[in-house]
Write a protein that binds this ligand. Sequence first.
Ligand code: PLP
Length: 397
Amino acid sequence: MNRKRLVYLDHAATTPTAPGVVEAMLPYFSGRFGNPSSIYGIARESRLAVDHAREQVARAINGSPEEVYLTSGGTEADNWAIKGVAFADRKRGDHIITSSIEHHAVLHTCQYLEKQGFRVTYLSVDEFGRVDPADLENAMTDRTVLVSIMAANNEIGTLEPIAACGEICRDHGVRFHTDAVQAIGSVPVDVEALNVDLLSLSAHKFYGPKGVGALYVRKGVRLDNLLHGGAQERHRRAGTENVPGIVGMGVAIERACERREDYARRLTALRDRLYGGITERIEHVRLNGHPTERLPGNLNLSFRFIEGESTLLMLDHAGICASSGSACTSGSLDPSYVLLAIGLPHEIAHGSLRFTLGESNTDDDVDYVLETLPPIVERLRTMSPLYAEYRRSQDVQ
Ligand SMILES: *Cc1c(COP(=O)(O)O)cnc(C)c1O
C-alpha cells in the first residue's frame, strides 16, 4: 500500500473553499480593509460588499436581505436563535421543544436554558432518526415559545420533516427554528416552503470559509441580542463585520445553490456505489439513518465486532479521512448520542464510521476505499474477542 494519496471523506466536518472563494476574499484583507461602519470611500466598498453577500444569502434561502443577520458561524446562529427567542418571549412562556439528535450547539444551549429555569422537551426519533410531527403536536403546551428541529442530521444524514413541523408551529403560534447547516447546498432550503421563522447556516459546510455564518430571522420575530456593543447588523448583532469571510460566504452560497442539483445527483451515485461495494465485500454491516430521506453525501455504517476508532486510525494511515461520531465528541470514548438515540446498542454504535462525500470525490476515491477498507475490517475482526465469540456461537449451531 504505497499509494500516496489523500481521500477526504469528512465533508460534514468541514469543506475546503471552492474555486473563486479565496480570490473574492483577498482584497478585503488589505486594499479594501475599510470598516463598513465608517463613511469614506474604502469603507463604503466594504459596506457594499457586505450588503451584496447578505443578498446572496437571502436569495439562496428565499428570504429577504433585511431578514439575514451575519454571525461567526453555525454555533453562534444556533445560540442566538434559541437564547434570543427564549429570553425575548420569557413572559409568554418557558417551554422549548427540540429533538434528542440535534447538534451540540442546539442541545447544550437548551441545557443551559434549563439551568435558567426553562423547561425543554427532547423529542425522541424513530430507528431512522426521524422526528414524528405527531409527537411535536402532542408536546405543544400553552407555555411553548420555541421549537428547534434540524433540517438534516450531521452524523447520520437523516432529513427531518421540517415543513410539517413548521406548519404545526405556525398553527400554534410558536416560533420555529431549524439548524440547516448540513442542508444548504445539498437539499432545497426555502424559508417559505419550510414554514421556518429562524434558520442557521454556516459557510464552511458549503465550501466557504470557517468562522462565518448567518441567522435568518423572519420579519416580526422578537429576539434578544446575544452580543452587545456597536450598532452593526441593524443594532442586533454587535461587532465589526468579518468582511472577507462574509464576502467568501456570499460567493460560496450562490455557487452551492446553483450547483445543488448536479452536486446531489453526483454524490448520491458515488455514495450508493460506495455502500453497494462495501456491503458486497464486508459482512455484518448496517446502514444508519434513513435509507432514502438522507443527505446525498452521507454514508454512516456500523461494522459489527470492531471499534470505529481503530478503523479510523488504520484508514488514516492509508490516507483516508473519515469520522466516527461527530468531530465535536471525537476524543471521548462515549458512543455517539445520535446512534444511541436511533436505538443502537453501545457495542454496535462503537463500531460506526461516517463517510461524507463532497465535491472533490471521484469514482477512483470510491475504488480506493473499496480496496482499502475490507482488509482493515478483516484484520480488526481477527483481533476482536467479540468476533471470536460470535464465530464460536455459529460453530455450535
Ligand atoms: C457544523 C455544524 C454546526 C456548527 O457550525 P460552526 O460554523 O462550525 O459553528 C451546527 N450544526 C450542525 C448541524 C453542524 O453540522
